[in-house]
Design a protein around this ligand. Structure first.
Ligand SMILES: [Zn+2]
Length: 213
C-alpha cells in the first residue's frame, strides 16, 4: 500500500487510468480470496474437482432440506433399529425382561429397554448414544479440515526468504479466520451428508462409519 501512489502515478500517464483503478485492481483480489467463508466454500467442492460457485450463500440459507437432512433421517432410523436390536424390553416394576413386548408377570406393555451389561432406561436415545460412543470415533474436525486446506492450497507459502507450511502459517497468523472457516467447512460437510452430528455440532461422525454399523 505504501508503494501504491508512486505505482499509480507511473501507470497514469500511459494507461490513462485514474489513480484509484490500479490500486483497486491490486487490492481487491487479495482481500477477497484471503479470508472469509465465501472463498472457502468455493474451495471445498464435494466432488473434489474445482466447481465454480453455483449457489450464492443466500440461496443456501433459504434451503430447508439438504442432502444432509435426508441422510440424517435415514441414519437415525437405522440407529433406532440398531438400538432396538441391541436391547430387550424390560419391565422395571417386576424387574424382568419382557422380550415379547409385554411383561409375562404383570401384563404391562409400558416397558423400559435393557441393554445387557449396560443398564436399563426408557426410550432408545441413550442406547444410540451408547452405540455411538463405544463403536465409533468422532470426526477429528481439526485434522479433517486441515487435510481439506492442504488439498486446496499449495503445501508451502513463501514468507520473505522462508518457505513455510501453509496450514501452520494460516492457523498461527489468524486463528479467528481459521476457526470461522473450519466451522463453515463443518456445516458444508454436514449439508452434503458427509458428516453427521447428533448434538447440534459439538461432535460429528462420518456418515460412512455410521452406514457401516
Ligand atoms: Zn411386569
Amino acid at each position: 500500500m505504501v508503494d501504491a501512489p508512486s505505482g499509480a502515478a507511473l501507470i497514469r500517464p500511459s494507461a490513462g487510468l485514474t489513480p484509484v483503478a490500479p490500486l483497486l485492481s491490486f487490492a481487491l483480489p487479495h482481500s477477497r480470496s484471503g479470508r472469509g467463508p465465501l472463498s472457502l466454500r468455493r474451495c471445498f467442492p464435494s466432488s473434489g474437482s474445482p466447481v465454480p460457485v453455483k449457489e450464492p450463500s443466500i440461496k443456501r440459507e433459504n434451503q430447508t432440506e439438504t442432502k444432509g437432512d435426508d441422510m440424517k433421517t435415514e441414519i437415525k432410523e437405522k440407529l433406532e433399529q440398531l438400538a432396538i436390536k441391541k436391547s430387550i424390553p424390560f419391565c422395571y416394576s417386576c424387574y424382568r425382561q419382557a422380550p415379547t413386548g409385554r411383561c409375562k408377570t404383570c401384563g404391562s406393555d409400558d416397558l423400559m429397554r435393557e441393554m445387557p451389561g449396560v443398564g436399563c432406561e426408557w426410550g432408545t436415545d441413550w442406547i444410540i448414544r451408547e452405540i455411538l460412543s463405544t463403536e465409533l470415533t468422532p470426526v477429528n474436525t481439526e485434522e479433517a479440515f486441515e487435510e481439506s486446506v492442504r488439498q486446496c492450497y499449495p503445501e508451502t507459502v513463501t514468507v520473505a526468504w522462508m518457505e513455510m507450511d501453509t496450514v501452520s502459517v494460516a492457523k498461527e497468523m489468524d486463528p479467528v479466520s481459521w476457526n470461522v472457516a473450519k466451522a463453515e467447512w463443518e456445516s458444508q460437510e454436514a449439508d452434503e451428508g458427509n458428516i453427521i452430528s447428533f448434538d447440534h455440532g459439538s461432535s460429528y461422525y462420518w456418515t460412512s462409519d455410521l452406514e457401516a454399523l
